[in-house]
Design a protein around this ligand. Structure first.
Ligand SMILES: *Cc1c(COP(=O)(O)O)cnc(C)c1O
Length: 375
C-alpha cells in the first residue's frame, strides 16, 4: 500500500468495547493477568514495557519506514541515547557528520568521555573524507541527511556499502527528510532515528523519538530491552497524539516541501541574501545526490545567509509577521531561527545564517512576508 494509506490505517487499534473508529487511549499503567497468573494473549503487562497506544504508534512508524520494527521514545534525544547505549562499548569510536544536530555533539562531548567512547566528525558528503576518518575502533557511523542547518545531502548507499565492508553499524537521523522523501533502510542503513517531535507530530505540541530497524537486525532485542529498562518512553497520550498526527503527515510534508521549493527558488539572487541552502536548487553542492536519493521532493527546510551579519539576520526575523522566531521545525506553522544562538556551547553555524521551517500556510503569503521583511 502507498504510504498515504499506511499513514491513516497502520496505527489503528481494533476497539472491541465500542467499535470506535478512532483509537481509544489506554492510560492504564498496568494490565490484569489471567486467573492462572499468566500474561494475557495480547501481551500487555506494564506500560513501560509496552502499551496499546505505543504499540499502535510503533506499527505505523515502522510501516512508513518500509517495514521492520519501530521503538518509540519520549524524545528524539532519548532515541539517539538508546542507540548509542546499545551499539557502543568502552573503547569504541563513533563517527558523526560535521553538520550534525547539536544535541548529539553535546552528548558525545560532555557525557560520553566518562564511558571511554570517543567520537570525531567528517564531511560525509565526501566518501573519501569519510573513509579517511574511520579508525580501527569505529563501531558506528551516524549520518544526518539533509544535515542541520546547511542541508548537506549524504549518499546513503555509498556510506552503507563502505560500512558493510568494515563491519561498522550505520545509523541515519531521518528527521528532516522523513520517510516520505527518504527511507534509509532501502539504501542499506542499519538503524533509522527520528525526532518525532518534528514532522511526525507536525503541530509543535508533542515531544517524541523513534528508532526503526529491520526485524532480523541482531541488535533489536537489546534495543527493546534498553527502551524498557532505560524508561525514556512516551506516555499513552503522547503516543495517541502522534498516531493521530501521522494520518495527515504525508499531506503536510508534501505541501510543506512544495512551498519550500517555491520559496527557496524565489529567494535566490535577492540583493539582501548572500546564499540559499536548499537541496532542490540546481546549484546546491549535493544536488545530484539529492535528485537521486530524495523521492517526491527536497523537503521543507531551508537556510539563508543574509548580507550584513548577525545584526541584519536578527532584524530580518523581527520584521516577519507570519513566521515565528523559535527553534524546532516540521510544524504546521512556519518558523525561523538564528541557528548560532541556538547552538549554545557547540556553535558551528555562520552568524548570518537563519534556518527556516516552512509550514502549511499558503506559499504566496509566506513569500510576501519574507519579501516585506527583506525590503
Ligand atoms: C530535533 C532534532 C533532534 C532531537 O529531537 P528531540 O525530540 O528534540 O529530542 C535530533 N535530530 C534532529 C535532526 C532534530 O531536528
Amino acid at each position: 500500500m502507498d504510504i498515504r494509506t499506511l499513514a491513516v490505517h497502520a496505527g489503528t487499534i481494533q476497539d472491541e468495547t465500542a467499535g470506535a473508529v478512532t483509537n481509544p487511549i489506554f492510560l492504564s499503567t498496568t494490565f490484569e493477568r489471567s486467573p492462572e497468573g499468566q500474561i494475557r494473549p495480547k501481551g500487555f503487562v506494564y506500560t513501560r514495557d509496552t502499551n496499546p497506544n505505543r504499540q499502535a504508534l510503533e506499527k505505523v512508524i515502522a510501516a512508513m519506514e518500509g517495514g521492520g520494527e519501530a521503538l518509540a521514545f519520549s524524545s528524539g534525544m532519548a532515541a539517539v541515547l538508546t542507540v548509542f547505549q546499545t551499539v557502543l562499548k568502552p573503547g569504541d569510536h563513533v563517527l558523526i557528520s560535521d553538520d550534525c544536530y547539536h544535541g548529539v555533539v553535546h552528548l558525545l562531548t560532555e557525557r560520553y568521555p566518562q564511558w571511554q567512547v570517543s567520537f570525531s566528525s567528517a564531511d560525509m558528503t565526501n566518501i573519501n573524507s569519510l573513509r579517511n576518518a574511520l579508525r580501527p575502533e569505529t563501531k558506528l557511523i551516524m549520518v544526518e541527511t539533509p544535515s542541520n542547518p546547511q542541508l548537506k545531502i549524504t549518499d546513503l548507499a555509498a556510506v552503507a556499502a563502505l560500512a558493510k565492508e568494515r563491519g561498522i553499524t550505520t545509523a541515519c537521523d531521518n528527521t528532516w527528510a522523513t520517510p516520505l522523501i527518504t527511507r534509509p533502510m532501502d539504501f542499506g542503513i542499519d538503524i533509522v532515528i527520528h525526532s518525532t517531535t518534528k514532522y511526525f507530530g507536525g503541530h509543535s505540541d508533542v515531544l517524541g523519538g523513534a528508532v526503526v530497524v529491520r526485524k532480523e537486525n541482531p541488535i533489536l532485542p537489546e534495543l527493546r530491552d534498553f527502551q524498557n529498562v532505560g524508561g525514556a518512553v512516551p506516555s499513552p497520550f503522547d503516543c495517541w497524539l502522534l498516531t493521530r498526527s501521522i494520518a495527515t503527515m504525508p499531506l503536510r510534508v508534501m505541501q510543506q516541501s512544495t512551498s519550500a521549493a517555491i520559496i527557496a527558488q524565489a529567494l535566490v539572487g535577492h540583493k539582501k541574501i548572500e546564499k540559499v541552502f536548499y537541496p532542490g536548487l540546481t546549484d546546491h553542492i549535493n544536488h545530484e545526490v539529492a535528485a537521486r536519493q530524495m523521492k517526491n521532493s527536497f523537503g521543507a527546510m531551508l537556510s539563508v545567509l543574509l548580507h550584513g551579519g548577525q545584526k541584519e539576520a536578527l532584524a530580518f526575523a523581527s520584521r516577519l509577521k507570519i513566521f515565528r522566531h523559535a527553534t524546532s521545525l516540521g510544524g504546521v506553522e512556519s518558523l525561523i531561527e538564528h541557528r548560532l544562538t541556538a547552538e549554545g556551547n557547540h556553535p558551528k553555524s555562520p552568524d548570518n545564517l537563519m534556518r527556516v521551517s516552512i509550514g502549511i500556510e499558503h506559499p504566496d503569503d509566506l513569500l510576501k512576508d519574507l519579501l516585506q521583511a527583506l525590503a
